[in-house]
Ligand binder design. Structure first.
Ligand SMILES: Nc1ncnc2c1ncn2[C@@H]1O[C@H](COP(=O)(O)OP(=O)(O)OP(=O)(O)O)[C@@H](O)[C@H]1O
Ligand SMILES: [Mg+2]
Length: 238
């Protein structure tokens, strides 16, 4: 479903250029659960924005479900993203002083879904992440793990085929991180969603089925993880 060939992303900074992506090629099939790892500045977030149709590559090819993305204009990127992609971020990015339910309803409001259906779908998404008892809490009345669950519910509410998460456990303690990985695993298993997440933490990465490593904008390793950790497995020496 995701096929890229020689993706380049070059940022012009005054006289010098930064090659955030320098020829990345890979394929991710529908329903895979993949971790992307790499040092700070290696191009992980840049890659996620391109996969997520937030940004276009400078050159190279990107086919999403057989459709070329690399030459789409802003409007077409936005439309594709709205239909196919859900995003989760390290800092949750929830609206303050706004209830969990309203935060989750927001993408539906943008999509023009109204009234009871919007409410029902948001409640269902909150239920899937185990938060049906906290729907009227604002973000500052929730723990970090609960806030990330709200953000995941918001990413799920449009039923995207692809869930992208950039350091989803980066702001969480290790116990809560494992709970969030357990949630990603069950979403992936139950709904067949493609899950792609960026992490610095190899223990977190080992909860996925495949680990892609990136360095200086290039893919330097891409390996199947045949025995993914189940949530709750002890953290071993790394
Ligand atoms: N908008 C931008 N303008 C200029 N340079 C940028 C821009 N965005 C990213 N870069 C540069 O591109 C490179 C890759 O950045 P990116 O954010 O993708 O790294 P990353 O792997 O996500 O790092 P981290 O682990 O710290 O989040 C970096 O050198 C960064 O400084
Ligand atoms: Mg990043």
């Amino acid at each position: 479903m995701i096929q890229t060939e020689n993706l380049m992303k070059v940022y012009q900074m005054g006289d010098s250029e930064v090659r955030a992506l320098n020829g990345a090629s890979f394929t991710i099939d529908k329903g895979e659960m993949v971790a992307i790892m790499g040092p700070s500045g290696s191009g992980k977030s840049t890659l996620m924005s391109i996969i997520g149709c937030l940004d276009a590559p400078t050159s190279g090819k990107y086919m999403l479900d057989g459709v070329s993305v690399e030459n789409m204009d802003e409007a077409k990127l936005a439309e594709t993203r709205g239909r196919k992609i859900g995003f989760v971020f390290q800092q949750f990015n929830l609206l303050a002083r706004t209830s969990a339910l309203e935060n989750v309803m927001l993408p539906l409001t943008y999509a023009g879904v109204s009234g009871k259906e919007r409410n029902d779908r948001a409640m269902k998404a909150l239920d899937r992440v185990g938060l049906s008892q906290r729907t009227h809490h604002a973000p500052n009345e929730l723990s970090g793990g609960q806030q990330q669950r709200v953000a995941i519910a918001r990413a799920l509410v449009n039923e995207p085929a692809i869930l992208l998460a950039d350091e989803p456990t980066g702001a969480l303690d290790s116990k809560t991180s494992v709970e969030i990985m357990d949630l990603f695993q069950s979403l992936h298993k139950d709904s067949g969603q493609t899950v792609i997440l960026v992490t610095h933490d190899s223990y977190v990465a080992r909860h996925t089925d495949r680990i892609i490593k990136i360095s200086d904008g290039k893919i330097v390793s891409d390996e199947a993880n045949r025995n993914p950790l189940k949530a709750g497995a002890p953290r071993m020496e790394e």
